[in-house]
Every structure is written in C-alpha cells, then in structure tokens.
Design a protein around this ligand. Sequence first.
Ligand SMILES: [Zn+2]
Length: 420
Amino acid sequence: MTSFDTTRLTAARLWVVSSPTHSSPPGCDAPRGLAYLARGLYALIPVATPAVAQMSIDEQWRLYINPDWLADADIPVIGRELVHLLWHLLNQHAVRARAVGVTTQTREAWHFAADTAIRELCEDSASGPEDLPIWEGDPKLTVEARFAQLSTARPDDTDPAEDSPDADDDSHDHRDCGSGADGFVRDHEAQHLPDLPKVTKVESDALRREIAAAAGPSAGRVGRWVEDVSSGPQVPWQQVLAGAVRRAVSHTAGRGDYNYRRPSRRAAVSPRVVLPSPHRPVPGVAIVIDTSGSMSAAALAHVLAEFDTILDALQLGEHGVIGIAVDTAATATPARRAADVLLVGGGGTDMTLGISVAEELRPKPELCVVFTDGYTPWPDEPVGGMTVVAALVADGRDYLPPTPEWMVRVECDDVAATVR
Ligand SMILES: [Zn+2]
C-alpha cells in the first residue's frame, strides 16, 4: 500500500458538504452544501493504488484511489466522484446485484443501470460526475427493472452498454466503480482484504440510516431514497438463494423463463447450453457442507431447512439431493432432504475437496450449493457444466469472507437486506 497526500481528498469532501458562501461565484465550482453526506464521506477508508484509473470502492467502504489522478484532478471533479461512489454504497448496489444474479457477463448492464439511477440522485444538487449515463426510459423504474430491460429488451447482437447515450464519449466504459457497485471483488481489492480496516455490514447499515436521518424528508429522488431506507422493501436471503437456484435450473435445463439469462452476444461466444433430457427431467443438486467451521449446528440446520423449502417450492427435491460433508475427507451421501444430510464431526475446512467430489458424481449434478462459514480455499476456475453457489452462513457474524467471482454468492444472515 502506497502512502499519499490526502489533502485534496479532504478539500473534495469539503466541496461536497460545505454551504456555498455569498462570495462563491455562482456556477459549477461552488461547494454543493450536501452536509448530510458528511458522515458517509468521512467513513470511507482511503487506500492508494495505481491499479485503479481514478477511484473505486469495495463493499467494506474502502476507497481505492490512484494517487496520480488525485494529484491532478480538479477538486470539484474529485468531489463529484466521491458523491457518485458513496451513492453506490448507500443504495447497496452490491447486495442488490447479487440478489438479481448479476454475472460477469451482465455486470456492465447492472453498472450502467446503477449509474443512471445515481445520475438522477445527483441531479437536483448538480453533485454527480457529468458523464454518468442517462436513463431514457421510465424514470420511476428501479435499478433492478432497468437492468432487466437492458438484459432482455435489446436485440441479442447489441451490447447494452454500447449504444448508451454516451456511446460517443467512452469515459463511462473506463470507469470501474469496484465491488461496492456490483459485488464482484477486484484483484486490487482482494490483495488488501486481510489487513485493511473496514466498515462492517452492521456499521454500514447504521451509516445509511444516519445519513437518511440527516437528509430528512425532502423532495425528489433523495427524498424517495430517505423513505426507502426507513421503510423500504426487503430482500430476504431465502429469496436470493431461491433466485440463484432457479437461474441455475433454467440455465441447465433450458427453461427459458428467466429474463436475466437471455443470451447476450458475449455469452453466445461460449455457450454452455444443456438441453433438457428426457432421462433427467430434474436437475441434480449436490450439497457440500462445511462441518468444521464456526457455524453452530443450529444455524446450519436452520439454513438447510430453508433450502429444503426452496427445493420443494421449485419441485426440485423429489429426487432427493446428494449431501457431501467435508471434514478431513469428503463423503457423498444420498439423502431425501438437505436437512437429513448427516453432519460428520470437525476436521479440515477445504471446500475444494467437496466441490471436486460433486464434480465427479455420475450423473454430474447441475447445481452444487456449498454451505460454509466462508473460511476455505475455493477452486480457481469455474466447474464446467455445474453451477456452484456459495451459501455463506453468517451465524451472527457481520463480516463474511470474499468468494471467487465465478461463483454465485448468497449471504444467509437472517437479517434481510434493505434495498432500493
Ligand atoms: Zn458507478
């Protein structure tokens, strides 16, 4: 980690939160007067790195900054970027991206949708970067609905991001806001994860509520965000997990009723289509269970019972599941229900072992759900023909370790995430 001079960062925060004075010339360089954002701006943890072009954020509120960019950029430009990145965190764009199953193939569309919504949040105060993309459809749509439209409504040979209103100005394509915008951990974030301070999930929720309280009831987009924070709809983890299972099933069984999976041109380059087989109408489900982690038996049993309910609702449980308990060795056991999978006592905690056992089963399961505390090595590469879901059992912890980008991540924390 390089050290750097944060004076300009401080000046940029002040530009955002200070009230314009009478002596400030009218126009775009006067301070924005957004005092309610102060708590959020000062909670960001600056990290200098040449790996980002400008600035990006992760889910733990680390603000990665290219020191050369910081030294050169105008203070209002830095301030506008700060506001934009902070809104990604305040809107929980990473959690929400996971909830709708954003993949590496669709994350550009998600990011585009999220940035159009941030542009609208910044409009009244003229506090956002001027090159954020514009949403030309119904402005009442949520980011999720915009994302769904981008993922489905366009011709398959069109990349959602390519014919954006800013297509002639490619600055948006160069902006990578980081995992705080989409939940995909970047390399430059991962290498710092063990030793950096962080804002925990609990602190992040508290900050969001404090900032909403500071903003108070107001008109426009920000006012709607304030209302959403206090009374917004919730996405329980069960719904996120069910969504992940449904997508895996529609993907593997060719059931095409899930919009987000519509093939894009990029996906078509490497199709992974498995046609429905008359011999195998129900996709196989393998369950890998970490039996050595910090999860209590009660928390694990609860999560497995919820998973059975999901399988029942999707009518996937009728052929049973294959349970794989991982300790020092991995053993596969057929079971009627996830909750029946025998829990074998402690030992090692390497989920790659369990996933490789699932991969070698014949017929190969289409879906492998790994229930773990997250403190495990993972395979480096995706497993061909098998969707792997990391179901992280929080059991009271407010920080859950990162998972590889190619896996589907679900945080089973029983504390529903506030969205919108
Ligand atoms: Zn962004």
